[in-house]
Design a protein around this ligand. Sequence first.
Ligand code: CA
Length: 247
Amino acid sequence: MSTPAAALQRERIRYKILVVEDEADIRELLRYNLAQEGFAVEEAGDGAEALDRIARRVPDLLVLDLMLPQMSGLELCRRMRSNPDTTKLPILVVTAKGAEVDRILGLEMGADDYVVKPFSPREVVARVKALLRRANPANEPAAPGNYDRGRLKIDFSTYEVFVDGQPRELALREFELLRFFVQHPMRVYSREQLLDLVWGRDTFVEPRTVDVHVRRLRQQIERDDANPELILTVRSVGYRFNPEALG
Ligand code: CA
């Protein structure tokens, strides 16, 4: 009998990750740590080399440094998103501290997640795995109709929510918002997108309505709703759900 974990491990070996980074020592650090996890890792030192490799075979995920010679990571990211073959390619951006973080996460650029230099290799690996899980939901051994991670349990068929084993009373809209967040972890959504995706396109409500519901939801599921760690505010962009904080 093979366990889901073993199957996932086998599956993961087939995942190909392209690391695009001009600094050789950082590239090697990334390559080493990802290879240790069983990923097949390819490397590119600049945008042109990356495009060349991607044209030959689209990887399962891109780890992309923003500061590259000639073509910037930003430009490469845009090209990925405008090409139908790579429009859904998961992209983890690696960036210098403080640099354009809001824009990177932002919807215009289309990266899926980011880590700030200097990063811990463990964090990079964790983000890579999370992005691959999201992009390949068939590998997720979760039972359909339920969400069960750390201190949060959700039964989508009965609309029950438990935090640390305690039932929480959520209004329907908060429940739908929570369902959306847990099903779309890590990615940043603007208020307008959340209105479209959770409320529905035909609803005429103000974007700040989303803030009201996020606040109520935080009161129900965060340990300290003044310092949220699950539903994070991304300044001047919107919100993202961070399941890592569930433990
Ligand atoms: Ca660089």
